[in-house]
Design a protein around this ligand. Structure first.
Ligand code: AMP
Ligand code: ZN
Length: 113
């Protein structure tokens, strides 16, 4: 846990979020500023700043995070979905607790810009 981390506060229940899924390792909740008709985030409960700060010991958690993200997308009606992780401020990361965006419900163009 990180004291001043927004997503750690959501994990601890200090800030509310619209949760979709939770287990001992992962939490999924709807994004507060959706960029598609369906847009949620999947985060590890362990605080990691971002993809660039992962260690080999985290491989299992991240595998589960990606697998559950796609499964939850399908459960939410977006079998076709985009799974995104922004790594660093210049890449668009604004919350420095690793998270994967799951977006769908409209046609998503590529490249994203
Ligand atoms: P990123 O820009 O990749 O760091 O993504 C951070 C995401 O967190 C953005 O899409 C925000 O809309 C979302 N976000 C920020 N605060 C909250 C919150 N309190 N509850 C849900 N989503 C949030
Ligand atoms: Zn955190």
């Amino acid at each position: 846990m990180s004291e001043d981390c927004l997503f750690c506060k959501i994990i601890k229940g200090e800030i509310t979020a619209q949760k979709i899924y939770e287990d001992d390792q992962l939490l999924a909740f709807w994004d507060i500023s959706p960029q598609a008709p369906k847009h949620f985030l999947v985060i590890p409960k362990k605080h990691v700043n971002g993809p660039g700060d992962l260690s080999a010991a985290d491989d299992g958690i991240i595998g589960a995070l990606v697998r559950r993200g796609a499964e939850l997308g399908a459960e939410q009606g977006i079998t076709d979905c985009r799974l995104v992780m922004n790594n660093g401020a210049a890449a668009g990361q604004t919350v420095f607790h690793l998270h994967m965006h799951v977006l769908g419900g409209r046609t998503l163009t590529w490249p994203p810009g």
